[in-house]
Design a protein around this ligand. Structure first.
Ligand code: ADP
Length: 611
């Protein structure tokens, strides 16, 4: 609103300037012209009169009289005859006694000339003997030109009288008034035209300026789509052009900045590492979602005025602001710390503004729990493998040494020892086979032969294979599923037989003589379920999730005695998962264990070809 008023005031100011300029110019011209005209007209009257008087020889003829006063009648007769009719102005002859001796105006004849005429010029002519003139207004406001000419006596050479002419200037005055009126009218018209033209011109200036202003207004509200129309090539057109250029540049720069910002925001939002930016006072400037997640801060929580020390400084003395500030003075620092169950690697460094001045510190937190776990697992694995290989090797070595030391001579002992060596070699063989299979699974080098199969005959086959052991242990193996039905799944038969064998042999291994094992298979929630349940020794609650880990054995001695490697369930889980299935264990110590395998049914589309 203010801007509009401002522009309208500019418009009116331009109009006013035009108006005043034209007004002043016209007034000066009018005054000057009128004055010139007046001077010209009056000069013309004077010159005309003087010329007429001189050419008429009136002064010479009057100069011949010795005494004008004594020849009044003759002079009057002369005036009546030669001037009254042909001369438009009033012409009088004033004698030395200042009486009007004769005149074309009979009303003033005989009167004192000083009362009737301008006494100043009369006296001046009488005294100096030179013609004089003045302007005056006589009765009824008639402007007149007074001219006095000296009558020089032929005898004495002195001034014997004065010829006094009064020329009526009314016509000149009315001409001048008329002219004045015309000037005023012309000025009025000119001013109206000036105002109109001024308005149009002012508009042509203010409209583009208004345009620019409106566009700037919209730009200030974030709309950069506006362009100012370039209508001319003058300064305003150039201004509009420059403005459009500026707008484009600004738009481009802003969109670049916004792109960069979006990019940065996306990176910050989706980066897995936590990032916290703080100023040098330790106030939090930014914490990305990962950082909030790590520190358990709500996504919506406002972190303005929250200090770094209250967020991270309390975790360890080496994470305090004072410490990291000093530590990253020359180059960034790094550290690791535990926060709850998570281990983090922390890196921090200062960040600078455009002038290279330090403005804050960026702290990056990387969750290395998994990496650490993996590293620990790898170390454990190597230790386990070494240990598992070393145990049978030690046994083999000690028995062979004993044999070589003489036990070979005692045949019964030798056979017993060799059997032990054989068993340990078998264990090593199994161990190496399992390790190789795990390695193939890990490196996805296992060849898969996936086919649609009914799972029930496979269960029967496995049950048949363990039949002997079941009998030996006097276990009761119940196959609960309906053999007439079909549960079709996509499996590699050999690998899956290995899975079922592992689970079933575990149930047999960890169930005491006389125990009971149930095997069931059914479809639930569109998934094939295979359940192997035993009432064996069971597993302590906290250890159940760990039985799928490599080399994890609840009871090492028992597992070992049973010929287990501790890798069976790890391999089983990996094979099941390769079939898009899951394997779960439920167990109660002393009551029994249930292993449930779930597989997608073959009716599902998108048959997987693992090979
Ligand atoms: P192992 O070769 O020792 O049997 P597994 O990987 O097959 O190794 O099993 C890991 C551990 O899980 C076993 O050592 C055992 O302690 C436990 N376990 C597996 N199945 C059962 C079960 N049915 N009942 C009790 N414990 C079991």
């Amino acid at each position: 609103m203010d801007k509009v008023r401002q522009h309208s005031s500019v418009r009116w100011r331009i109009v006013l300037i035009y108006f005043l300029l034209v007004f002043i110019a016209m007034t000066i011209v009018s005054v000057f012209l009128l004055d010139q005209m007046k001077t010209y007209q009056i000069n013309a009257v004077r010159d005309n009169l003087t010329k007429t008087i001189h050419e008429s020889n009136l002064l010479t003829s009057l100069g011949r009289y010795e005494e004008l006063a004594s020849n009044k009648a003759e002079i009057q007769a002369n005036l009546d005859e030669n001037w009254s009719r042909s001369f438009a102005e009033e012409l009088s002859v004033v004698c030395r006694d200042f009486s009007v001796c004769a005149s074309t105006n009979p009303n003033i004849v005989g009167r004192d000339a000083r009362d009737v005429f301008d006494p100043g010029i009369l006296l001046n002519t009488f005294v100096t003997g030179e013609g004089s003139e003045s302007d005056s207004v006589i009765s009824e406001n008639i402007p007149v030109k007074n001219m006095s000419y000296p009558i020089l006596s032929e005898q004495t050479g002195g001034v014997s009288g004065v010829v006094y002419v009064r020329a009526d200037l009314s016509s000149i005055s009315s001409f001048l008034s008329q002219s004045k009126l015309i000037f005023v009218q012309a000025m009025f018209l000119a001013l109206i035209i000036t105002v109109l033209l001024g308005f149009v011109i002012a508009r042509s200036i203010t409209v583009p300026i208004n345009d620019v202003t409106r566009t700037v207004q919209r730009m200030s509200q974030g709309d950069f789509s506006q362009r100012v129309q370039v209508k001319s090539d003058d300064e305003i057109g150039q201004l509009a052009q420059m403005f459009n250029l500026l707008r484009e540049k600004l738009d481009f720069t802003l969109s670049e900045i916004s792109n960069e910002k979006n990019k940065l925001e996306t990176i910050l939002t989706y980066m897995a590492d936590g990032l916290i930016a703080i100023d040098l006072e330790g106030l939090v400037l930014h914490a990305n979602p990962a950082a909030r997640d790590i520190l358990g801060i709500d996504e919506e929580e406002d972190l303005t005025n929250v200090t770094y020390d209250s967020l991270l400084g309390h975790i360890s003395p080496r994470m305090k602001l004072s410490y990291i500030k000093v530590n990253c003075e020359e180059e960034g620092g790094e550290d690791t710390f535990d926060y709850g169950a998570t281990t983090f690697a922390v890196r921090y460094d200062r960040f600078k503004d455009d002038d290279g001045k330090d403005v804050g510190i960026i702290i990056i937190m990387q969750d290395i729990t998994e990496r650490q776990k993996l590293e620990d697992m790898q170390t454990d694995f190597v230790a386990n493998v070494s240990h598992e290989l070393k145990t049978p090797l030690t046994t083999i070595k000690s028995y062979t040494e004993t044999l070589l030391d003489g036990a070979l001579d005692d045949r019964a002992t030798a056979v017993r020892f060799l059997n032990i060596v054989d068993t340990e070699a078998d264990r090593m063989n199994r161990l190496v086979k399992d390790l190789l299979q795990l390695s193939r699974l890990d490196h996805r080098q296992e060849k898969w032969n996936i086919k649609e199969s009914n799972i029930l005959p496979l269960l029967n086959t496995v049950a048949t294979k363990v039949d002997m052991t079941v009998r030996q242990k006097q276990l009761q193996l119940n196959l609960l599923y309906d053999n007439d039905k079909q549960i079709r799944v996509l499996i590699d038969r050999d690998r899956f037989e290995q899975v079922l064998m592992n689970v079933l042999s575990n149930a047999i291994k960890y169930t005491d003589r006389g125990g009971r094992i149930d095997v069931d298979a059914f479809v639930k929630n569109s998934l094939a379920h295979i359940v192997v349940r035993d009432n064996g020794i069971g597993i302590a609650e906290g250890e159940v999730p760990r039985i799928f880990e490599r080399f994890y054995r609840v009871d090492k001695a028992r597992s070992r005695a049973m010929g287990g490697t501790g890798l069976g369930l790890a391999i089983t889980k990996q094979i099941v998962e390769e079939h898009n299935g899951t394997i779960e264990a439920e167990s109660r110590e002393g009551e029994g264990t249930q292993i449930t395998i779930k597989l997608p049914l073959a009716t599902r589309r998108g048959k997987r070809n693992i090979e």
